[in-house]
Design a protein around this ligand. Sequence first.
Ligand SMILES: C[S@@+](CC[C@H](N)C(=O)[O-])C[C@H]1O[C@@H](n2cnc3c(N)ncnc32)[C@H](O)[C@@H]1O
Length: 305
Amino acid sequence: MTEAHPYFSGGKHRPQTAKKLSILRKYFAVWLRIWAGPKCADWVDPEWHVIDLLAGTGQACGARGELLSGSPLVLLEEIASHAEQFKTRGITIHLHLVEQDRDRFAALETKVGEFLGANPAVQHVVLAHLVNDDANSAVDALMLSPTSQTPAFIFVDPFGAEINRTTVESLIDLPWKLDVLFNYMVESLRRTYGVAVGSSSRASSAMDTLKDFFGSDIDLSTRGVIDDASTYARAVFASQGLKTAAFRMSKPGTVGTQYILLFASRNDTVVKIVCEVYAKEMTDHFGQMSLLSAGEYLQGIEVIS
Ligand SMILES: C[S@@+](CC[C@H](N)C(=O)[O-])C[C@H]1O[C@@H](n2cnc3c(N)ncnc32)[C@H](O)[C@@H]1O
C-alpha cells in the first residue's frame, strides 16, 4: 500500500518524475566525480555551488506511487557518498535550495535537517542555504562570488513557466564553470499558451507569464515555438556558448511529450556523457526493456548549439 505523505496530494503514480530524478542522480554523480578527479585537483576552486532553484519538499512520488527522495535529497545523497574525500581536500559545496511555497519550504527544511543530522560527515562539506522566496527575486541575494575556476550546477525544475528567462541568464552570465539541467515543461507551457491566446480574463496575465519565461525576442505568435524547446535552448544557452542535449519524456500510454529535459554545458565531454545517460534511460520503459539498444537511441538524441 502507498504510504500517505502530508506534502503530496496523494498516491499518484509518477514514472516521469522517477525518470527525471534518475537522470539528475546519474548526471550529478558524474559532475561530482569529474570535479573531484585528479585532472581538476590542481586548479579548481575549493568552493563549489549547487543551486536547486525550485527545490520542492525534498520528497517525490515514484512510478508505483512510492516515496522517493526529491531533488535536494538526491543532491545530498550523492554528495554524501564522496563526503570523506571532499573533507580531506578541503572542498565546500554551497547547496542553495530555493522554494517559494511556505508549507513546502517547511517540509524541505525538515527533510534537509533530518538528512544532515543523520549524516554528520556531510555537514563538514555542505553549507546548505535554504531560501523561502520567489526564485526570480532570490537569485540576486544568493551568496555567490564565483571565479572562472568555480564549479557550478543549477537544476531548474518548475511546474511550468515560473522561471523568468532573465533569472536563468543572470546565472549563466557569472564567470563560473556552469552546467544547467532545465526541465522544459512543454505540456504545461502549452496549457498556458492556450489560456494566453484564448478569450478568458486570464489571457493577458498568461501571455505576460510566457513573455517573462521566453524573453521579449522570442516570437510567441505561433504555438509551434512552445512545442519546440530548441528555440528556448538556442536563445538562452547556445547564445552564451552552451550546447544543449534534449531528452523528451512522454506520459506512460501517450505519445505526446510531457517535458523535455535540457542539459546545457560549455563542456562537450560532459554533454556527450549526458547523452549516454539519456540513451540508457530510453531503453527502460517504466520497467520494460525496449527493443532498441542505448547505442541506437544515442544516435537520435538532439544536441542544440
Ligand atoms: C516541480 S516542483 C519541484 C520538484 C523538485 N525539484 C523535486 O524534484 O523534488 C516545483 C516547485 O517549485 C516551487 N515554485 C513554484 N514557483 C516558484 C518560484 N517562483 N520560486 C521558487 N519556487 C517556486 C513549487 O512550490 C514547487 O515546490
